[in-house]
Design a protein around this ligand. Structure first.
Ligand code: SF4
Length: 486
């Protein structure tokens, strides 16, 4: 079956539902086996309770033991062990806070929004369990401004829970790509702009209003509810010995070609791709726009695993996987992403104000004009942006570019000779000019739609909906629909 056919089958029949979890569009969701089970019945509390009974309060010591036994890792980015975060919050003081971060500001991910739209009570069950154990009476929930459907659904869900002795505050993150970072979320909750800020201690020790704050991503809280409902033995039945349980993935971005699914940790990457109709040995960008490139040869050996990916310097991040057609140019795709990342901050720190803009310009030049000196300019810039920002945004952007050089040495060598396997001799193309203008801040519309309206993830194969993820979009200004201009 063709990729498009498989994609259509997944969207149309046998379980998948579509959910308006993207910035502007729906994504398909493959239901089951745990967090995504029963989504067909809708998000109301009555439907939820048919699958998940109301959790009994768990004393803090027991909850800590459970979290340690299921070895739950955060599902927002770094994969930090949740039991350690819980323990630190518990020990850091008595006036604690709990924050559910569903800001999901990376446009390549949609899984948290799917949960908030279709299984909000599973997230709330987990948040309430944690809040009760920490003796917290208010749960803060952070939802994305860009995904309009999420806020009303979350407000409806919390109204159904108002009699449970825990109240809720819902906040809307409007800080763009970096607005979902922990410190940016805390800034928002404290009444300031939703932007990252420098902090010397983690939120678990000094968070909201200086209090110990357990801030974690929406899926992590849903996993807490699942662990409490199933118990450690059943929870560990899926996944691997060192990484038990399941995880949510967003494959193909958050647009109309995106699919959210739940897989046991340790599942072969190729198996996931084949299930969705992609080549099992596709080049991948794993971990979202702050992620790392995996060439096809490594995809074939790779597994959906924080630990496996970490061994090779990659990150699973929020579980966003962008498959790329083998004949698309990863250098050009990286140029567009770096441009997005460079223009998506307020440029308050040196590396964002100067370094990322210059890096975006350099990589666009390398993509379109090429040459050894252009490649060397990128190598020169990378160490200059690392370790100097108030947050990790410049470092993560540099890691993405480094992974391009590591994953695709042949493409890099071709570009150093002024050639490109996809476009041939691309000198005179418009990408460099538009990216450099955008990275400098001269042009508000990002080059997310190619010159012919093609998807940056599809290359020449972009007409095939299953193989081209959506064009990435600007978090702050909405989808860039303008074509490149001279
Ligand atoms: S490093 Fe960049 S994204 Fe982070 S706080 Fe500074 S300006 Fe903002």
């Amino acid at each position: 079956m063709s990729r498009a056919g498989r994609h259509e089958q997944l969207r149309a029949g046998n379980g998948p539902v579509t959910v308006p979890a993207g910035f502007l569009s729906e994504v398909a969701v493959v239901t089951g086996p745990r967090l995504l089970s029963g989504l067909e019945d809708g998000p109301a509390i009555g439907a939820h309770r048919r699958y998940w009974p109301e959790p009994e309060p768990v004393p803090p010591g027991e909850l800590l033991e459970l979290l340690a036994r299921v070895e739950l890792r955060g599902r927002g980015g770094a994969g930090f062990p949740f039991a350690r975060k819980f323990r630190a919050t518990l020990r850091a003081g008595r006036r604690r806070a709990v924050v559910v971060n569903a800001a999901e500001s990376d446009p390549s991910s949609a899984k948290d929004s799917v949960l908030m739209l279709r299984a909000p009570h599973l997230v709330l069950d987990g948040a309430h369990l944690v809040a009760r154990a920490l003796k917290v009476r208010r749960v803060h929930l952070v939802v994305p401004a860009e995904r309009k459907a999420v806020l009303p659904e979350v407000e409806a869900a919390v109204r159904q829970r108002e009699d449970e002795g825990i109240d809720h505050r819902v906040h809307v993150a409007d800080g763009g790509f970096t607005g979902g970072q922990d410190r940016a979320v805390l800034e928002l909750l404290e009444g300031r702009a939703n932007l990252p800020a420098t902090a010397h201690r983690p939120p678990a020790v000094r968070g909201l209003g200086g209090r110990p704050t357990l801030l974690s991503n929406a899926e992590t809280f849903a996993q807490v509810a699942v662990a409490a409902a199933l118990g450690p033995h059943e929870f560990r039945r899926l996944g691997t010995e060192t990484e038990p349980g399941t995880t949510l993935l967003t494959v193909g971005g958050d647009g109309e070609h995106g699919i959210v699914l739940e897989v046991p940790l340790g599942t072969a990457m190729g198996e996931v791709l084949a299930h969705l109709g992609y080549e099992s040995g596709s080049n991948l960008l794993v971990g979202g726009y702050h992620g790392t490139w995996l060439p096809a040869r490594r995809t074939l050996r790779g597994r959906v695993s924080h630990l496996d990916l970490a061994e090779s310097g990659a990150v699973l991040g929020p579980g966003a996987i962008l498959p790329v057609a083998g004949d698309a140019c990863p250098v050009r795709l990286t140029a567009r992403i770096v441009d997005f990342l460079a223009s998506g901050t307020v440029r308050g720190c040196g590396p964002c104000r100067l370094g990322l803009a210059e890096l975006a310009e350099a990589i666009a030049r390398f993509a379109d004009v090429g040459g050894l000196s252009a490649g060397n300019r990128i190598r020169q810039l990378l160490p200059l942006v690392v370790g100097r920002g108030a947050c990790s945004h410049p470092d993560a952007t540099a890691r993405l570019v480094r992974s391009l050089f590591t994953a695709f040495p042949e493409e890099i060598a071709l570009h150093e000779e002024g050639r490109c396997a996809v476009t041939g001799d691309a000198r005179g193309s418009e990408l460099f000019r538009s990216v450099s203008r955008s990275a400098r801040g001269d042009d508000e519309a990002g080059p997310w739609t190619g010159q012919d309206g093609d998807s940056p993830y599809g290359g020449p194969d972009a007409g095939d909906p299953a193989y081209g993820a959506q064009a990435p979009r600007r978090a702050r200004t909405g989808p860039g629909r303008r074509r490149f201009r001279r």
